[in-house]
Design a protein around this ligand. Structure first.
Ligand SMILES: Cc1ncc(COP(=O)(O)O)c(C=O)c1O
Length: 363
């Protein structure tokens, strides 16, 4: 039995080596390194892919969240609401922008933000709600939009884990006021370094993000907006992303089919968080069990790596815990002790998938 890794980026890099080298060569030959032709083409291609009017390339997914928040926060408001089980990225972005953060509990079945819990925390100062499509599963954006629209609250989708996923209303990324994407190497569409993007259907939001990502300049050397920063997606990353985007659908399908096999074979003591339709793109294969420590040991003896995404909810993070001493998020807190990620990536071999299936079956 060989060890099945949680992820192995090296396999994809070996398969794509010649194409990647050719992409790098084209960038160097073009003489443009930042905001050149590959970047423009990637923005247009991504917008089309997610069905949004515009896409704006930025340095990473956390910047994408921050710039989207700054561009859509209504005047006079300064609080962001999100779920506390999504790795803390929206929290980092909101804090960076100087906004307060309030958490809503999650739905036990989907592990995404729960609309009823959300409705209970929409205090007057809330200007933005971030809805995260967690683990590759499209969240119920329509329910969040319905709560927020009449209250003048902007909705941002966090699509970092779910590029290519769709709801009945269309692909994620074009379903709310703005959306944030990450192209961190482990994402379903990964760069060979950091990268991110904001998508939106609103021209005003797009224009503001474009200015904020480059020092807040309205034109060269003229700072029109406070809160600007340097957050650019470079030409090399844009060229790699353009190369990889055409294979994303097929890779998402492979991810989905691997997780579907886990769901079919897993013992009745385990629940797999997924759907078998386009609402899920298998970013992470997450198993729920009250007996997590026992499962970790069982998988270890079956040579299967596992990890927890994420072990510490945002309101319990040491840096901010004092502010949330009175906050209770029962589902978030319980699930943090019961979730476990098992291997899923497109280059997993069938015999490796079988080894994971056997381990999940025999638990
Ligand atoms: C849900 C989610 N949002 C945001 C991010 C932040 O992206 P980045 O690492 O590119 O800043 C990530 C991943 O890292 C993520 O998983």
């Amino acid at each position: 039995m060989t060890l099945i890794p949680l992820n192995d980026l090296g396999r994809g890099l070996v398969q794509e080596r010649e194409a990647l080298l050719a992409a790098v060569r084209s960038v160097l030959d073009s003489g443009w390194l930042v905001h050149g032709p590959f970047h423009s083409k990637f923005e247009a291609t991504l917008a089309e892919y997610v069905g949004a009017a515009e896409a704006i390339g930025v340095g990473n997914g956390t910047d994408a969240l921050e710039l989207a928040m700054r561009a859509t926060m209504p005047p006079g408001r300064d609080v962001v609401v999100t779920a506390a089980n999504c790795g803390g990225y929206a929290t980092t972005a909101a804090r960076q922008a100087g906004y307060g953060v309030v958490y809503a509990d999650i739905d036990e079945a989907t592990l995404c933000i729960d609309a009823t819990a959300l409705s209970e925390v929409l205090i007057d100062r809330v200007g933005v709600v971030v809805v995260t499509h967690l683990y590759g599963r499209a969240a119920d954006v329509a329910a969040v939009n319905a709560l927020c629209r009449d209250r003048g609250i902007s909705v941002i989708e966090d699509c970092a884990q779910a590029i290519g996923a769709a709801t009945a209303a269309g692909p994620v990324g074009g379903l709310a006021d703005a959306a944030a994407f990450s192209f961190y190497p482990t994402k379903n569409l990964g760069a060979v370094g950091d990268g991110g993007a904001v998508t939106t259907n609103d021209p005003g939001t797009a224009a503001k993000v474009r200015e904020l990502r480059q020092y807040g300049w309205s034109r060269k050397y003229t700072v029109a907006h406070r809160g600007g920063q340097n957050s650019r997606l470079d030409e090399l990353q844009a060229a790699v992303l353009l190369l990889r985007l055409p294979t994303l659908r097929e890779k998402n399908e492979r991810r989905r089919s691997i997780v579907a096999r886990y769901a079919e074979r897993a013992s009745s003591r385990l629940r797999i968080v997924s759907t078998d339709d386009a609402g899920y793109v298998g970013h992470l294969a997450v198993v729920v069990t009250p007996d997590r420590e026992e499962l970790v040991e069982h998988l270890r003896s079956a040579q299967v790596q596992s990890d927890v995404h994420y072990p510490v909810p945002d309101h319990w993070q040491p840096a901010y815990a004092d502010e949330y001493a009175g906050v209770s998020l029962p589902v978030t807190e319980r699930m943090a002790g019961q979730i476990l990620s098992v291997p899923v990536f497109p280059e997993l071999h069938d015999d490796e998938v079988e080894q994971v299936c056997r381990a999940l079956e025999s638990f």
